[in-house]
Design a protein around this ligand. Structure first.
Ligand code: S3P
Length: 184
């Protein structure tokens, strides 16, 4: 995959954004990479929770998914102006093209990819994700991942996490960021 970040003139890359499905390690990897690059770490779900004083599950349950998506977009648009920031994003965020376009203006967008089987292995014991509150969460993961794949593939760089530890993924992400900005 190439590095359109250097080629498009309307892009001024000073941040790094991680997109990808639930359970791909965006938050864990993001914290590690932020530490390595001496970047500030932000997580869109955490921003929404601290702003509203409510959990994501609560927002989904009481106000519905569209209300959550509106908050998500608001948070993304407010990120312009940040510098040396690593933004970890919620799994559904790049399905809104406004969000992806807004991130690409100032951030190199890296997608952490995982197969549906690996996602299931990593998150089947967790219960806080409203979209997986489903009679057949395993099937739901496969379906959602298939629908979202074309959006995730619009990232500048795709990193497969299936056979890597979070530390290895973090190394790869930091390397890709440095490489993209080095002009090679
Ligand atoms: C969502 C993923 C979650 C959170 C919300 C919706 C999604 O974030 O934003 O539950 O649509 O995939 P993580 O990807 O951090 O789990």
């Amino acid at each position: 995959m190439g590095y359109p970040a250097r080629m498009q003139q309307d892009r001024h890359i000073v941040n790094l954004a991680l997109i990808g499905f639930m359970g791909t390690g965006k938050t864990s990897v993001g914290r590690l990479v932020a530490e390595q690059l001496h970047f500030e770490f932000l997580d869109t779900d955490e921003l929404i929770q601290s702003r509203t004083g409510r959990t994501i599950a609560d927002i989904f349950a009481l106000d519905g998914e569209p209300a959550f998506r509106a908050l998500e977009q608001q948070v993304v648009l407010e990120l312009a102006g940040h510098k040396r920031t690593l933004v970890s994003t919620g799994g559904g965020l790049p399905t809104n093209s406004t969000n992806l376009a807004a991130l690409k203006k100032h951030a190199l967008v890296i997608c952490l990819w995982a197969s549906a089987e690996k996602v299931w292995e990593r998150i089947s014991h967790q219960a806080h994700r409203p979209l997986l509150n489903d009679p057949d969460p395993r099937k739901k993961i496969q379906e959602l991942l298939a629908v979202r794949e074309p959006f995730y593939k619009q990232a500048d760089v795709l990193v497969n996490t299936d056979l890597r530890t979070m530390r290895e993924v973090a190394q790869q992400v930091a390397h890709q960021y440095r490489f993209a900005l080095s002009g090679h």
